[in-house]
Design a protein around this ligand. Sequence first.
Ligand code: FAD
Length: 537
Amino acid sequence: MIRITELRLPVDHAPEAVEAAILKRLNLPAKDLISFEVFKRSYDARKNVALSFIYTVDLSVKNEEAILKQFDGDIHIRPSPDTSYHFKAKAPESIAAGKSLRPVVIGFGPCGIFAALVLAQMGFKPIVLERGKKVRERTQDTWGLWRKNVLNPESNVQFGEGGAGTFSDGKLWSQIKDPKFYGRKVINEFVKAGAPAEILYVAKPHIGTFRLVGVVEKMRQEIIELGGEIRFSQKVIGFDIQNEQITGVKIEGHEDLPATHVVLALGHSARDTFHALHEAGVFMEAKPFSVGFRIEHPQSLIDKARLGPHAGNELIGAADYKLVHHAKNGRSVYSFCMCPGGTVVAASSEPNRVVTNGMSQYSRNERNANAGIVVGITPDDFPGGPLAGIEFQRTLESKAFELGGGTYEAPGQLVGDFLEGKASTEFGSVLPSYKPGVHLTDLAQSLPAYAIEAIREALPVFEKQIKGFSMKDAVLTGVETRTSSPLRIPRGPNFQSLNIKGLYPAGEGAGYAGGILSAGVDGIKVAEALALDYLSK
Ligand code: FAD
């Protein structure tokens, strides 16, 4: 196959124009082009150039070698890399015969889903333990908080089938290094399970929340058809360890499950499970994370600032942004998990605590853009050992609950008032989207003083990049505390815990991923390492 990069076409081109552009670029007669597929499509929306799509295409041609030779030295015409996935192992007969213990995966978020899927595809018939409910039942519980102010601590935005990213923007890109194209395997599996095919090639793919629900159900189905099992409402509450080897897990209200290979795909909110692991003596350490607010602006303002004359063009959709500022007090302030045309959501998993995050539908056509505006913190800010970051988060989340009026409404403030240091009393032109509601107050009390100071400095700086960013009516909603895990469960080159054999810390909760795609990729890597260890015994 040959890969052509940087093939530019106007955004409103006819479908057949891609083929014509390929033939022209290679000076090739149509009969010599056997087939082609679009590998990636991004857009160039700089204000001073015509709006264009930029394609990377892979093609099969007659006389491939001769063509590559003809374009030798042209960096945009090269052999295509092999992006297909190759399984690393095949399960031993003893698994199918029921004579060996099956691997156990704790958690059915993106990391656990991909660990279980790949293990199942290799024939390992994994057993998945998920504390929450099936995704549709979970959706009802999640809406319970958003619509009726009722939180179910075991079934919510963080816990349940699909994991934390189910009610999300479904952004599927990541900055991880991925030389083996595991990310491609993740995307391919999503498409196989019903995600829109365009996520295979658009530069910043996203699925949106409703579509993710169906995708997760189909992936569950495949794992079951391959002999895996997914046990819902089964919370792991303890770990059996003998001679530094995992021997089983304790499940609330159920018999202990013996196991020699256990994947910990817990996510960053499994605070009780982190405590149980700590008690069991599993090595862990505090790590940096970030805290801050969500900010909401009219999406039209962001579109105009980012896309200028191209704002509102349906072919490129709602605009996003990414901002960073290094404040004078040494703190970094940055935008996190930006959701174009989306909503701010209640993302708590513990009673009497408030946490924000963002989500959107595939269409991204809600009136507001939202993003976290967060400040980096390190274990020096929360001394006290591996679990101290959890207590730090809890203190902020409890304070936010109190400032929000004690009803799961989130505390909020207009940007203008925040910058002037006075409590807000009424909304202006921007109406917040957070449900069950936003209670106006003074957010200065909701975060440490250094974070407030850094955000106050950053907002006017961001205004220089996005005109209107510090508009006085933009709304801040607090607090954003679960940007990543507050701890890491370190693992060795064999992907196992540094001191407990057979235990595989994985995904975001263990500090090895940040986002849906990277969590899925980590799940695949862990599944491979686990399978190879299994076969080596
Ligand atoms: P999780 O998805 O958190 O899954 C962990 C699972 O483990 C959960 O289902 C939990 O119930 C289960 N579990 C925990 N403890 C136990 C136990 N003791 N026993 C049994 N089961 C247990 N990322 C993106 O890339 N794009 C986005 O657009 C995006 N938007 C987001 C929006 C929201 C509202 C949220 C909350 C997150 C968003 N994220 C997004 C982040 C993304 O969801 C996470 O990075 C990702 O889900 C991490 O995957 P994971 O599998 O490691 O953990």
